[in-house]
Design a protein around this ligand. Structure first.
Ligand code: SF4
Length: 92
């Protein structure tokens, strides 16, 4: 789950929201995904959130993407992420 010590997490728009909104497979209503995506669209740390979740194979909606969407993009962007955020790879 999110490490609250990370600076970008302190600016996350979802901090005040029930985290279940971001895990639509856990019994949330069908419009839960749209609710999560709307929050991500308005979030100032969306890009770093997406990178973090992609590197760490996180579950649920992160950075305005589902885990399936991140799985599809991972092979194409992982080399770039390793270059720009090497400490995240080392932590993983
Ligand atoms: S992009 Fe979405 S999941 Fe990521 S920190 Fe922002 S609101 Fe939360």
């Amino acid at each position: 789950m999110i490490d609250l010590e990370r600076g970008w997490v302190r600016r996350a728009r979802c901090r005040q929201v029930d985290p279940r909104v971001f895990f639509v497979h856990t019994g949330r209503p069908p419009d839960a995904r749209a609710e999560a995506m709307k929050l991500c669209d308005q979030c100032e740390v969306r890009t770093v959130c997406f990178c973090y979740a992609t590197i760490r194979n996180e579950r649920g909606i992160w950075g305005g993407t589902t885990e399936q969407e991140r799985d599809q993009r991972r092979p194409f962007i992982l080399d770039i992420l390793i270059e720009v955020w090497p400490e995240m790879i080392e932590e993983h």
